[in-house]
Design a protein around this ligand. Structure first.
Ligand SMILES: NC(=O)c1ccc[n+]([C@@H]2O[C@H](COP(=O)([O-])OP(=O)(O)OC[C@H]3O[C@@H](n4cnc5c(N)ncnc54)[C@H](O)[C@@H]3O)[C@@H](O)[C@H]2O)c1
Length: 247
């Protein structure tokens, strides 16, 4: 997909990778950009609007674990611009101490956001189709012993996205679904780890870490490749397609 002139929505868009993705999309010429996040940050928003004065960039406070807030958010977006062509979901936490919270924010919200995409982007329901990029993690394709609940949620995001990224849905909706699996990226998320009740690991930060800016640029590169059902590893500043065995 060519991003120029398109309309994009980024959930979790004021986080490290989310904001970097907003910048990358705007640099590529996205015309309308709406950000959903649970935390407002006028300074970050101002950074975007002043750097890209010609683009229509706005924020909408949405808790992605609340279905009705996502629905209301989408309705507000569609009253401002006619369609969402690119939808990136970057919502996430690390919280092994609160299992339900980790599942709710990482997996349940991803399911709600993707169901909303089917409702509001499908060409069978008045949308234009488009592309949804869900951020899972390297921990969605490989073991992550420090954070087993986080890994379980990210494997869930991968399963959700791969299942939606099939012809069954594409034929009905015109929407492509891709999974993005970043490795260690320097964002506030890496500082959230406060232990686990089942291991003695003290920190999950590891080196080397890539910058969120590189991650955002490569994420947009994966979007441009426009391959339904594809899985992209973004690690150590490199983009690589992951091809699981065909069963
Ligand atoms: N940083 C890494 O090393 C890394 C690696 C692999 C995957 N990821 C994934 O990338 C995504 C982005 O993470 P990040 O590293 O930018 O972290 P981050 O903490 O900077 O960003 C996460 C964003 O999600 C938002 N958020 C949290 N709960 C929310 C909710 N209920 N509703 C709406 N927004 C909510 C936060 O406010 C924040 O802006 C996450 O899914 C994360 O799991 C990160």
């Amino acid at each position: 997909m060519n991003c120029a002139g398109k309309s994009a929505l980024i959930a979790g868009g004021l986080g490290g990778i989310g904001l970097a993705t907003c910048n990358s999309l705007l640099r590529k010429g996205v015309k309308n950009l709406r950000i959903f996040d649970i935390i407002e940050n006028p300074q970050k928003l101002k950074g975007l609007t002043s750097t890209y004065p010609k683009a229509n960039v706005k924020f909408c406070k949405v808790d992605a674990t609340k279905k009705y807030e996502i629905d209301n958010g989408f309705k507000t977006v569609l009253s401002d611009f006619k369609s969402v062509d690119i939808f990136v979901t970057c919502v996430g936490v690390v919280d092994e101490m609160h299992i339900e919270r980790c599942i709710e924010i990482n997996l349940l919200s991803a399911i709600y956001l993707n169901y909303a995409a089917l409702e509001y982007m499908s060409n069978s329901k008045g949308g234009n189709g488009g592309i949804v990029a869900n951020i899972a993690s390297v921990a969605g394709v490989a073991p992550f012993p420090a954070c087993v609940v986080y890994a379980a949620t990210k494997h869930g995001v991968l399963g959700l996205t791969r299942s939606l990224g099939t012809n069954t849905y594409f034929k009905k909706t015109g929407i492509k679904f891709i999974t993005i699996c970043p490795g260690y990226t320097t964002t506030p998320l890496l500082n959230q780890f406060n232990g686990s009740p089942i291991n003695d690991i003290k920190k999950i930060r590891d080196s080397p870490q890539q910058s969120p800016e590189i991650c955002g640029d490569l994420l947009v590169e994966a979007i441009e490749k426009d391959m339904n059902g594809s899985i992209w590893l973004i690690d150590e500043g490199k983009l690589k397609e992951v091809t699981p065995p065909k069963l």
